[in-house]
Design a protein around this ligand. Structure first.
Ligand code: ADP
Ligand code: 5GP
Length: 211
């Protein structure tokens, strides 16, 4: 058993969502967090530049490369990866805290991160969010106007490889419509909460009333 597995026994309340950049993942995740009380968002650390509408500590903790490397050395990440030329990492402590509190936590991470977390947290549930088509992805990524054309190009090229990973996920949701995709994700969160390993204490309590 790895150190991480030992630290998160069960860990069934971790929900991972991945998607190519521009699919609408942040939009749908925001909408889900508003409609699913008790679901926390895991705020990653990143070395990428902050976008104008982002707030430090809300979308990400924005750090320098030197700070990021110190965190790696200190073992502060459950996983970290280089995505589109910048570093991103999932901090360990909020996941441990959510686990202790019995809360669900949502990780918005890429396909590399998904693979690592799935190995470490066996009970994690994962969702791949697909855009309705390549053309629509290109339109959304360009319309967002947050990256320069070269970066948009890089992200679009990466999308072809990223979508090939959909078979590794438990669920696939198509984001053709924000409300519809949010409802689908909400149903997945509800189903994940109903898994028997997430309800052991409650079930035992009921069973004791029969003895
Ligand atoms: P991601 O987090 O996947 O990179 P964003 O959430 O920033 O993507 O969305 C990219 C752009 O697409 C934004 O301008 C957003 O408003 C738009 N968008 C998101 N979901 C939809 C949708 N279902 N239909 C149309 N536009 C969408
Ligand atoms: P963006 O720069 O558009 O916010 O995110 C780029 C990509 O990095 C997205 O696919 C997002 O899911 C991914 N990402 C964000 N945080 C993490 C993280 O902590 N770990 C990994 N592996 N990927 C992340």
């Amino acid at each position: 058993m790895t150190r991480s597995q030992a630290k998160f026994p069960g860990a069934a309340s971790v929900i991972i969502i991945s998607a190519p950049s521009g699919s609408g993942k942040s939009t749908v995740v925001r909408s889900l967090l508003n409609s699913a009380p008790g679901l926390q968002f895991s705020v990653s650390y990143t070395t990428r530049a902050r976008r104008s509408r982002e707030k430090n500590g809300r979308e990400y903790f924005f750090v320098t490369l030197a700070q990021f490397k110190r965190m790696i050395a200190a073992g502060e990440f459950v996983e970290w990866a280089n995505v589109y030329g910048n570093f991103y990492g999932t901090p360990r402590r909020p996941i441990e805290a959510a686990h202790r509190a019995g809360a669900d936590i949502l990780l918005d991470i890429d396909v590399q991160g998904h693979r690592k977390v799935r190995k470490r947290l066996r009970g994690a549930v994962s969702v791949f969010l697909l855009p309705p088509s390549y053309e629509e992805l290109k339109r959304r990524l360009t319309a967002r106007n947050s990256e320069c054309p070269a970066t948009v190009e890089k992200r679009l090229r990466a999308a072809r490889d990223e979508i090939s990973h959909w078979p590794e996920y438990d669920f696939v949701v198509v984001n053709d419509n924000v409300a519809r995709a949010t409802r689908a994700l909400h149903a997945i969160v509800t189903a994940s909460r109903a898994r028997r390993q997430n309800q052991r204490d409650e079930i035992r309590k009921i069973c004791r009333t029969f003895s």
